[in-house]
Design a binder for this molecule. Structure first.
Ligand code: PMP
Ligand code: GLN
Length: 384
């Protein structure tokens, strides 16, 4: 029996959501908003469900959505994709990652990863026979450095999996870091699988720069997106893959035997959503930034050291200065049981050599939810 998946624990997101249910806790763990998502987009999908096609759509995604993805990225990032040869619709970024990793990586290929990292990457890479090589990013800035890249890239390096904006660190990487990574990818002839699901969830006027837009990366980057994050509809599981035709063809061949296709009505809803005016996207960012500020201010008032959040639904608290004498995992287990607030220990995002003092909170919640959580968290500090 294959050992890669057999020996894995249940994902930390599922485990903490279950702990939240078991303890009747406020769930600031797994990242999902507690509002129902844009009504017009849900309506477009509902109409398509009732009056549109409900049979297998095209394996590559409905043309309407592939065109909307290409138009959207041309408008927002100035990157031109051929919607018929360079855009693929899949069932969530998770499937995009699986199709890219299984399709492209061969046994023995070395793959550079940056810790903390999303939990799906390493098992998929190992199942493909790839050999993960880790760069450890350091709080509070989690930036890339020439020395760290020089240590890990070598002539066996074939791939890099890079997540920007970075979950859980909530960093939006500046051009300088992307150019550094691009230089290494080119020097070592590596392909970047770039997980950009948080591309629209960026704050304070920051701009998301896709790695594929950096000179020299257009032909060697697989760009992954997710409608779940763009439209606060995380259950929809509509993912996008954009890449040069030679790479995309391989990812599509893998997709055809993982899921083959993706529900057509949700694709119609997303195609409609991607065409919404800029106001929607800026409004979503502003609203989330307001929630971030509310939780940040509340936590700081109580006495938690909060790290800056530049994007994503998350902010992090570094427990180290509090000298609590417990790991992030023990802290999360304690607060969900005793104080009824669920959070995520950031050590779960490491394969080795974990930072064990950082805890992630999701702020994509109503004010009342955040305020109730803060009230409970105040008791944690009162007893510290
Ligand atoms: N990558 C990252 C970094 C994520 O945070 C998530 C989910 N939050 C995913 C991939 C998975 O996205 P999806 O739900 O579209 O599969
Ligand atoms: N990406 C979400 C998070 O970071 C969780 C996705 C999942 O539950 N697998 O919270």
């Amino acid at each position: 029996m294959g050992q890669v998946f057999a020996n894995l624990p249940v994902t930390v997101f599922e485990a903490m959501s279950q702990a939240a249910r078991d303890n009747d806790a406020i769930n600031l763990g797994q990242g999902f908003p507690d509002d129902p998502g844009p009504e017009d987009i849900r309506r477009a999908a509902a109409d398509a469900l009732m009056y549109g096609n409900n049979q297998y759509p095209s394996m590559m995604g409905i043309p309407e959505l592939r065109k909307a993805i290409a138009t959207h990225y041309a408008r927002w990032h100035g990157v031109e994709f051929d919607p018929m040869a360079e855009v693929l619709v899949v069932s969530g970024a998770t499937e995009a990652l699986a199709s890219s990793i299984i399709g492209l990586i061969e046994p023995g290929d070395e793959v550079v990863l940056f810790q903390p990292m999303y939990d799906a990457y390493v098992p998929l890479i190992r199942q493909a026979g790839g050999i993960p090589r880790f760069v450890r990013l350091e709080p509070p800035h989690w930036r890339l450095s020439d020395e760290a890249l020089a240590r890990v890239f070598n002539k066996k390096t074939r791939f890099v999996v890079f997540n920007n904006p970075l979950n859980p660190a909530a960093v939006v990487y500046p051009r300088e870091d992307l150019e550094l990574l691009a230089r290494y990818c080119q020097e070592f002839d590596a392909v970047a699988i770039c997980d950009e699901v948080w591309e629209h969830v960026v704050f304070d006027g920051r701009e998301h720069i896709p790695l594929i837009a950096i000179p020299g990366m257009r032909e060697r980057t697989v760009k992954i997106g997710s409608a779940g994050k763009i439209f606060s509809l995380t259950g929809w599981k509509i993912g996008f893959v954009c890449a040069a035709p030679e790479l995309l063809r391989v990812v599509a061949k893998t997709h055809q035997f993982l899921t083959f296709t993706t529900p057509p009505n949700l694709q119609v809803g997303v195609a409609y959503g991607l065409g919404k005016p800029d106001d929607y996207f800026f409004g979503m960012r502003k609203e989330l930034a307001r929630s971030r500020d509310r939780l940040t201010a509340g936590l700081r008032r109580i006495g938690f050291p909060v790290l800056d959040s530049q994007g994503t639904y998350f902010l992090n608290v570094d427990l180290a200065p509090l000298k609590l004498n417990e790991s992030d995992e023990a802290f999360c287990k304690r607060i969900v049981a005793e104080h009824k607030v669920a959070a995520i220990p950031v050590s779960a995002f490491y394969e080795e050599d974990a930072v064990t003092s950082v805890v992630r909170f999701c702020f994509a919640k109503k004010d009342a939810t955040l305020d109730a959580a803060l009230e409970r968290l105040a008791a944690v500090m009162a007893h510290a």
